[in-house]
Design a protein around this ligand. Structure first.
Ligand SMILES: [Zn+2]
Length: 177
């Protein structure tokens, strides 16, 4: 069986154009990614959408046709069934730390701590931090602008008061004479 263009497109869009195992996107890699059969076709995996995962070439190559057939076989993380956070913790240095036996096995099998991927995570993290700093900076500028407006309003009020005071003093002075 072959995967139709329409199904391929559905898998791409569902995955938001990123590898469902490691997160690299089509933009990162400069091209479309591959379609992986979570349960390999060679091991009775179907072409059903439920069994298809959008996957970068590296994850696909490392995964190959792994499928746990025996009860004691380690189970590979299925990104379509469980969230990333259930099995992995991203550390500050950009590496993933496994939280479950499935996490440990998947990390090893798919080499999810391969150095370009760690560098990619760090870059993404840095970008997020820069964006949040930029937002904070923009908010501060807005606040300063508001304060300037309020300050010039206050100065205007003060000038009016001074004028009034001057007028009263002039009146007082004239009457005194
Ligand atoms: Zn990948």
């Amino acid at each position: 069986m072959t995967i139709t263009v329409d199904v391929r497109e559905q898998v791409r869009q569902r995955a938001n154009f990123a590898c469902e195992f490691c997160g690299v996107t089509e933009i990162d890699t400069g091209g479309q990614l591959t379609i992986d059969h979570f349960q390999p076709s060679t091991k009775q995996g179907s072409d059903n959408l439920k069994n298809l995962v959008y996957c970068c070439i590296h994850c696909n190559q490392y995964k190959l046709n792994y499928w746990s057939t025996h009860a004691n076989d380690p189970v590979l993380w299925n990104p379509r069934h469980e969230p990333h956070s259930k099995h992995f913790l991203e550390l500050k240095d950009g590496t993933l730390h496994p939280l479950t036996p499935t996490g440990t096995f998947t990390l090893k099998r798919l080499r999810l701590n391969r150095s370009p991927l760690v560098a990619h995570r760090l870059q993404k993290r840095q970008h997020t931090e820069e964006m949040s700093l930029l937002t904070r900076y923009q908010n501060t500028i807005e606040l300063i602008e508001k304060m300037h407006i309020q300050l010039s309003e206050l100065i205007g009020e003060q000038q009016k008061l001074l004028k009034e005071q001057k007028r009263l003093l002039t009146l007082l002075f004239e009457n005194w004479h």
